[in-house]
Write a protein that binds this ligand. Structure first.
Ligand code: ADP
Length: 662
């Protein structure tokens, strides 16, 4: 076993690797960018080395700086985590040339699976079933369109260098092919610097089922069963589980054999995942699965496999990389119970899942789950990296038990200081089809409206927020809190007005103070009386409510700008406008502004164009994803303020529509 390793990553995966290393008595070296100097992974490692500026190109992708850090600190091996340099064969070669061990497969194995087209060709020769389609050299649009015709619509255009669902477009009919191809190529070029694509038959009722494989340097390879990752949005995984609902022994054996065959075909060593697409229209049948790709690294969702096998995959990675043989054979492995993982992100779901940023003013995880995270309370979610906050992982004896645990765990996860996708994840866990185990990759899209609908905050939540905003609940720890409140008359009139914004809803509330502990909070349609019994920071105990009411207030420039109220497992986030800037920015639909900093990829309209609600006006690329900005209403374009290639900031005006006539 190694005595010291360097982790060439950040966030939750760096922390997760460090914890296993520490348990095994292996010393750890973290690397960090300027934005991460105070990050959790830096705090948890035994040593840490700065490798560059905040952008990933200046730091976590700086192979030479990372290798130099390993040399300087005397680390013997480098764990790449996932993403960044984890599937970069040149990096693997540089690591070995420096006399260090790469904790992962060989450069050749990575190369063999690096491009989807070559990988498919290789798998065909290894007799692993692959998705029918075209994965050859030719790239002329007319030729590819003819291939699509031959394969039969719907088809999927895929970037051969793709990952994370980028550079992928489903095409339903020939007249959409040219646009979809151009879009996939554009995204592929931006994300991977390689715009070559393959065309695949689009499998109907598709399920994404992947097999965890493990190989060692002694020629052994086994599989650690499957994970079902069918709950996806824009081809990205949202909730993963193991085992797959409806899996049969026969299907599992067939898929496991195919995956081990794939791993053996490239002499695979370490942890890897073979991803299959499955036609689930008639249940799971052994002749209805096809190889999509192999990920030659540890996968984000590996904890569900750990939960059902009781194994620590990072420990196995370290053992195998240091030359040990796998400590078990296939027949030793058994599945215990059922596990789920939900990915909690800083994301504005109602705004189309836009990545969000913010300072985590309040962060609590549930005791019922394993919570893999790279952040602590007070840490910041920055625009530089993936906005993941945590992976919530649960295990139960049955699928129902595990899912019930996930519902509770999400409800008990409290995050303030940024919007998150928690409500969406909770809605998914309550989805009837999903609860019955009827999963396919189209589930989220089909029921998107219902899943992203964030209910209007109940009047109790509004009231808690209003009281917090007025500072009437700020819990100083006086022996008798009421004496500190006796100055409430200093507020002047015993009535205050508070405006709260929750998404597109605006609440104008009146708070009347009857005395130092009794408040009446009224809106134009509703009123509620609250009688405070006790209060500490973030908590009010209110007459008639068995549970304390919890909230967290976030400050910007010395004033409360946002309040999150945690009520019955839901989080309601209220923005508190500062009185001047809120008018006109959201409501009318006259102005289309950049929802986040990014690059204008394409302006679709010019002044004078007539548009209808939902029409695409511009395409913005931000965080390597394309976001289409659409018209909020019918109208005519009055002005276009940007051109293709412009860099824009959050809130910049892009397009305006003629004001609506009365
Ligand atoms: P990436 O490397 O970008 O993650 P994958 O090839 O792994 O791309 O595919 C991502 C997802 O896209 C899959 O999980 C599946 O939901 C969907 N997908 C991929 N290929 C097909 C196909 N041929 N038919 C239907 N869905 C597919």
């Amino acid at each position: 076993m190694f005595s010291k390793i360097l982790i060439a990553n950040r966030g939750e995966i760096a922390v997760r690797v460090i914890r296993t290393a520490r348990r095994l008595g292996v010393a750890t070296v973290a690397v960090y960018s300027d934005a991460d100097a105070g990050a959790l992974h830096v705090a948890e490692a035994d040593e840490a080395v700065r490798i560059g500026g905040a952008p990933v190109a200046d730091s976590y992708l700086q192979a030479d700086a990372i290798i130099a850090a390993a040399k300087v600190t005397g680390a013997e091996a480098i764990h790449p985590g996932y993403g960044f340099l984890s599937e970069n064969p040149e990096f693997v070669e540089k690591v070995s040339e420096a006399g260090l061990t790469f904790i992962g497969p060989s450069a050749d194995a990575i190369r063999a699976m690096g491009l989807k087209d070559a990988a498919k060709a290789l798998m065909e020769t290894a007799l692993v079933p692959v998705v029918p389609g075209y994965h050859g050299e030719r790239q002329e649009p007319e030729f590819l369109a003819a291939q699509a015709e031959g394969i039969g619509y719907p088809v999927l255009v895929k970037a051969r260098a793709g990952g994370g669902g980028k550079g992928m477009r489903k095409v339903d009919a020939p007249d959409q092919f040219a646009d979809a191809l151009a879009g996939a190529q554009r995204e592929a070029r931006a994300s991977f610097g390689d715009d070559r694509v393959l065309i695949e038959k689009y499998v109907t009722s598709p399920r994404h089922i992947e097999i965890q494989v493990f190989g060692d340097q002694h020629g052994n390879a086994v599989h650690l069963f499957e994970r079902d990752c069918s709950l996806q949005r824009r081809h990205q995984k949202v909730i993963e589980e193991a085992p797959a609902p409806g899996m049969t022994d026969e299907m599992r054996a067939a898929m496991g054999d195919a995956a081990v065959k794939a791993a053996k075909a490239i002499g695979y060593s370490g942890a890897g995942t073979v991803e299959f697409i499955v036609d689930g229209s008639d249940g799971l049948l052994p002749d209805r699965f096809w190889f999509m790709e192999m990920n030659t690294r540890l996968q984000v969702e590996h904890p569900v496999t750990e939960a059902i096998t009781g194994l620590d995959l990072v420990e196995l990675q370290l053992r195998v990389a240091s030359g040990e043989a796998l400590p078990f054979s296939q027949s030793d492995l058994v599945i215990d119970g059922h596990a789920f993982e939900a990915r909690v992100y800083a994301e504005d779901v109602p705004k189309g899942f836009l990545p969000a940023i913010g300072t985590l003013d309040h962060l609590r995880f549930a005791m019922t789950a394993r919570n893999d995270t790279g952040v602590r309370e007070g840490d910041e979610i920055t625009p530089y990296y993936d906005p993941m906050i945590a992976k919530v992982i649960v295990h139960g004896r049955s699928r129902d038990e595990a899912l019930a645990k996930m519902r509770v765990s999400l409800a008990e996860t409290q995050i303030a200081g940024t919007v998150t996708n928690k409500a969406f994840l909770s809605a998914l866990c309550r989805h009837e089809g999903f609860s019955r185990g009827e999963v396919d990759t189209g589930l989220i899209d089909r029921d998107l409206e219902q899943l992203v609908h964030e209910g209007e905050a109940p009047v109790l939540a509004q009231a808690v927020a209003a009281i917090a905003v007025l500072g009437l609940a700020a819990g100083e720890s006086h022996a008798d809190p009421w004496t500190s409140l006796s100055g409430w008359r200093l507020w002047g009139a015993a009535q205050h007005f508070v405006k709260l914004v929750q998404g597109t809803a605006v609440f104008d509330l009146r708070v009347s103070l009857r005395n130092s502990r009794d408040f009446k909070v009224s809106s134009p349609t509703n009123a509620i009386n609250l009688s405070l019994v006790a209060r500490t920071p973030g908590r009010m105990i209110v007459d008639g409510h068995a549970q304390p009411l919890r909230y967290a207030a976030s400050q910007t420039s010395g004033r409360i700008s946002q309040v999150s109220v945690f009520l019955n497992g839901d989080t309601y986030v209220f923005d508190v406008p500062d009185g001047v800037s809120d008018a006109g920015e959201t409501g009318s639909g006259d102005d289309i502004r950049a929802p986040m900093p990014g690059l204008v990829k394409q302006v679709r309209v010019k002044p004078g164009d007539q548009v209808v609600k939902g029409d695409a006006l511009a395409v913005l690329e931000a965080m390597k994803m394309e976001h289409t900005l659409t018209a909020a209403r019918d109208g005519s374009v009055s002005e276009v303020f940007v051109s293709d290639g412009d860099q824009v900031s959050d809130g910049d005006l892009l397009v305006s529509l003629e004001p609506e006539k009365e």
